[in-house]
Design a protein around this ligand. Structure first.
Ligand SMILES: [Zn+2]
Length: 345
């Protein structure tokens, strides 16, 4: 059984069976948009998706639509057609030891996210760059009323409903009531374009939850492009009304990552790399727990390993650049302006 069959079997046997698949298929049929010409509605038939407007076809590979723009050179459609059996990922040594990172607020933030969804009669949530999050997100949202989670990614190893690229979301405007993008936007070539797509597919009043790293070393090889401070994270989402933002992981986590990456410089190959990584995590993972002490520290904001942004799509709203400067919550209070005359007492 290859990876795709494993995914399909996982969805059908663990997550609710054909009813879930039918609901998903109906949703995709009703809300899809051509990644090439942006025309609404794709026809799903005979193992392909077809655009009535530009006549483009997109494959459905073992039940999973590949809705990627034909000119996408980084994630070409042909790469998802290969019949070769993928090598299943083997658990690495470092997965057998404690993680080097904490997440101080994910559960609380998702509870707030779910509370906003309760305001809609029924809700659709896009999980962008879903990876393996399906394993726990479905369970998390199982208590919320009538919520459909749509998982998408470009990663062939992900547990997903469709392949698509965040730069060209194959959905009509105002489709989703929520979008989740955790540790995704550092891995896309043009984050502002992806955020603009998130804004487009959200309904007015819809909610977005984003996590982006700041002080973290490269962690996905060639697919790792950008880091953001908390202020930068806010600026990226400046067309959303901010509900809250702040620290996800602080300098404790950043320090474990730094020790690990310093030590990895002494390694020569994948095997020694794997041993050193696991060994360093096993010896130093406890440092990450200092982040619970630093949870509300201004200094920790300046040295964050990762930050979050929770915001609502509000058509009338845009955070001004000046406001972003004024909302800075770190410890380094400086100004590049002349002080106002008479401000010194
Ligand atoms: Zn088209």
């Amino acid at each position: 059984m290859n990876e795709q069959q494993v995914r399909t079997r996982f969805i059908t046997t663990i997550l609710g069976g054909p009813a879930v698949l039918n609901k998903m298929n109906n949703f995709l049929k009703a809300k899809s948009r051509c990644p090439d010409c942006h025309a609404s509605f794709l026809a799903f038939e005979d193992g392909t998706c077809f655009c009535f407007s530009c006549k483009a076809t997109f494959p459905i590979v073992e039940g999973t639509p590949v809705l990627i723009r034909h000119e996408n050179e980084v994630f070409p459609i042909q790469a998802y057609l290969k019949n070769e059996k993928k090598v299943l990922e083997k658990p690495s040594l470092s997965e057998l030891v404690p993680s080097p990172s904490v997440n101080l607020r994910l559960t609380d933030n998702l509870k707030k996210f779910a509370a906003v969804l309760e305001g809609f009669e029924s809700a659709a949530v896009l999980v962008l760059g879903s990876g393996k999050q399906r394993r726990w997100l479905d369970q998390f949202f199982s208590g919320t009323k009538d919520t459909l989670l749509v998982y998408c990614d470009v990663d062939a190893q992900a547990l997903l409903d469709l392949f698509c690229d965040g730069h060209d979301l194959p959905f009509m405007d105002n489709t989703f009531h929520g979008v989740i993008a955790t540790a995704v936007l550092e891995h896309v070539l043009y984050p502002e374009r992806v955020v603009s797509e998130i804004y487009r597919v959200l309904v007015p009043g819809g909610i977005v939850y984003s996590e982006i790293p700041f002080m973290q070393q490269v962690h996905e090889g060639a697919y790792d492009f950008t880091r953001y401070t908390l202020s930068g994270h806010r600026r990226l989402f400046n067309h959303f009304f901010e509900l809250s933002s702040g620290l996800i992981a602080g300098p404790g986590t950043a320090l474990v990552w730094a020790i690990e990456n310093f030590s990895l410089c002494f390694t020569r190959g994948p095997l020694s790399r794997s041993f050193v990584k696991a060994g360093i995590r096993f010896i130093f993972f406890w440092i990450k727990y200092f982040d619970y002490l630093f949870k509300d520290s201004a200094q920790a904001i300046d040295a964050a390993s990762c930050t979050y942004f929770l915001g609502r799509k509000d058509m009338q709203y845009k955070t001004s650049d000046k406001t972003i400067i004024e909302r800075y919550g770190g410890a380094q209070h400086c100004s590049h302006l002349y002080e106002e005359v008479g401000s010194r007492t």
